[in-house]
Design a protein around this ligand. Structure first.
Ligand code: DQA
Length: 146
């Protein structure tokens, strides 16, 4: 299995940004956690982060041409605004799971809309970094959720 883990704007600021919401671990810690888990499970993984919507669209398209089996996506604030990311996921038609570190369902009303959720087969919220692991295992058919 070959999985792309995509993080959107400001997720490179983990550990610095609003630690009371997102915790004190860094983006580098997140990537290490994911890479260690995937290496244990024999999953090929690539982690990418961008603050730019178009880059995220390009990465989703690349996942198709590079024959990835699935995408884990935390689009950050683009979750709540981006039809372009939804269309990119629909265009490549790869299995995808949406992850949010925080409890978006308990936050501001503008965070209650997710465009990518119209496509993603599962949305995991409020589980911190463990949500990414759950998403990867779901896509790879390894998790207790399959
Ligand atoms: C987030 C939630 C979004 O509302 C926010 O804009 C983010 C992070 C999360 O992981 O909880 O940047 O996607």
């Amino acid at each position: 299995m070959k999985i792309l883990v995509l993080n959107g704007p400001n997720l490179n600021m983990l550990g610095i940004r609003e630690p009371e919401i997102y915790g004190s671990f860094t983006y580098k810690d997140l990537v290490s956690l994911i890479e260690d888990h995937c290496s244990d499970k024999g999953i090929e993984v690539k982690c990418l982060q961008s603050n730019h919507e178009g880059d995220l669209v390009d990465y989703i398209q690349q996942a198709y041409f590079e024959k990835y089996d699935g995408i884990v996506i935390n689009p950050g604030a683009y979750t709540h605004t981006s039809v372009a990311l939804l269309d990119a996921l629909k265009a490549v038609s790869l299995p995808a799971v949406e992850v949010h570190i925080s409890h978006v369902d308990e936050r501001e009303s503008f965070r209650q809309v997710s465009y990518v959720s119209y496509y993603c087969s599962k949305t995991i919220i409020g589980k911190g970094f463990d949500g990414y692991i759950e998403a990867i295992d779901f896509l790879c058919g390894n998790g207790p959720f399959n």
